[in-house]
Ligand binder design. Structure first.
Ligand code: GUN
Length: 305
C-alpha cells in the first residue's frame, strides 16, 4: 500500500473565514455611515450554469449584508436592441450612488461583443476586473497588490493566489503550468502569476505533448473545461494542483442525473499531488468570496475615501 499523503485544499472553509471578516466590515460601515455596499449582478439569457453562478453570488451578498441589485435580461431580442439596452442599464448603474460594483455574468450571448459591453462599466465599479483596461493592467509591470485607484483583479485569479498563499505555497521561482487560455481565467491568471515571479508555461489545444509539459509543473492550474482530462500520470509527484473549471458529467446513480467534476482526474491525481483543490469546494467558493471583497473595497473607497 502506498503511504502517499495529499492535502486537500478546503476552499469552502477559507472562503467562509473571509466572508465572516467581510460581514463584520459591512456591519461597521452600516453602523458608522448608515450605508451598505451595493453590487449589481446582471445576467443575459437562460444558461443553466450562469444562472446557478449568479444565484450563488446574489445569495452570498445577502449573507454578508451587501445589497444585490438584480438585473435579468432576455437574450432573444436583436443584437442592436440588446446592446443598447445593456449599455443603457450600465450607464444608469454607473451613476447610481447605491451601486459600488457592477458584474455582467460571462459569457454573454454569442451575438454580443463582450468587450464593447465591458468597456462601458465605470472603472471604479468594475469589481469583476474584466474591463479591458483592468485586464490590460495585468500585462503591465507593477505590484498588483498595491491599491491603485480603479484597479480590480478578476475574482477567480485572486482566489487562486489567496488559496496558495494561505497554504504557505511559494509561487516565486516555481514552474507553473496553466492549462487553458480563456479570457476569463487562463490568460489573465498567467499574467498575474508572472507578476508573482513564477515561470509560467501555457498549454492549450494546439500544444504538442501537453502531458510532458504538465509533468514539469510545480504548480498546475487547470482551466480547460474538459472533465478529468488531466490524468494522474501527468502530475509531477508532490506538485500543487489547482483545478478551476467545473464540468457536469452524466451520472445515472445521482438523483440530479449528473455530478460535478474538474479538469483533473481527482482520484488519480490524489495519488501523485502534494496538495489539490477539490470540485466542488475548491476555487469556486473563493471566486465568490473575492467578489464580495472587491465590492467591499470599492464601497470603502467611495464611502471612506
Ligand atoms: N463566468 C465564469 N466565471 C466568471 C466570473 O468570475 N465572472 C463573470 N462575470 N463571469 C464568469
Amino acid at each position: 500500500m502506498s503511504d502517499h499523503k495529499v492535502t486537500i485544499i478546503d476552499g469552502k472553509a477559507v472562503a467562509q473565514t473571509i466572508r465572516l471578516k467581510i460581514a463584520a466590515e459591512v456591519c461597521r460601515l452600516s453602523e458608522t455611515y448608515i450605508k451598505v455596499p451595493g453590487l449589481a449582478v446582471m445576467i443575459v439569457g437562460q444558461r443553466k450554469d450562469s444562472q446557478s453562478y449568479v444565484n450563488m453570488k446574489r445569495k452570498a451578498c445577502a449573507e454578508v449584508g451587501i445589497k444585490s441589485i438584480d438585473l435579468d435580461l432576455l437574450e432573444n431580442v436583436s443584437e442592436s436592441e440588446l446592446i443598447s439596452k445593456l449599455i443603457c442599464e450600465i450607464h444608469e448603474l454607473n451613476a447610481n450612488p447605491y451601486v459600488h460594483g457592477i458584474l455582467g455574468q460571462l459569457p454573454l450571448p454569442k451575438h454580443i461583443n463582450e468587450e464593447k459591453i465591458l468597456t462601458e462599466i465605470s472603472l471604479g465599479k468594475d469589481v469583476d476586473g474584466f474591463h479591458p483596461l483592468n485586464i490590460g493592467k495585468l500585462a503591465m509591470k507593477g505590484d498588483w497588490r498595491y491599491k491603485v485607484e480603479s484597479l480590480f483583479v478578476p475574482c477567480t485569479l485572486k482566489g487562486c493566489i489567496e488559496l496558495l498563499t494561505r497554504h504557505g505555497i511559494t509561487i516565486k521561482g516555481k514552474n507553473v503550468v496553466v492549462v487553458g487560455r480563456s479570457n476569463i481565467v487562463g490568460l489573465p491568471v498567467s499574467l498575474l502569476l508572472l507578476k508573482e515571479d513564477a515561470t509560467v508555461t501555457m498549454v492549450h489545444s494546439r500544444t504538442k505533448e501537453p502531458e510532458s509539459i504538465v509533468r514539469n509543473a510545480d504548480i498546475n492550474i487547470a482551466v480547460v473545461g474538459q472533465a478529468a482530462m488531466i490524468k494522474g500520470s501527468w502530475i509531477k509527484p508532490g506538485a500543487v494542483v489547482i483545478d478551476v473549471r467545473t464540468n457536469a458529467v452524466d451520472d445515472p446513480g445521482k438523483k440530479s442525473g449528473y455530478r460535478l467534476v474538474g479538469d483533473v482526474d481527482f482520484q488519480e491525481a490524489c495519488k501523485m499531488a502534494g496538495c489539490i483543490t477539490p470540485i466542488p469546494g475548491g476555487v469556486g467558493p473563493m471566486t465568490v468570496a473575492m467578489l464580495l471583497k472587491n465590492t467591499l473595497d470599492g464601497a470603502k473607497r467611495v464611502i471612506e475615501g
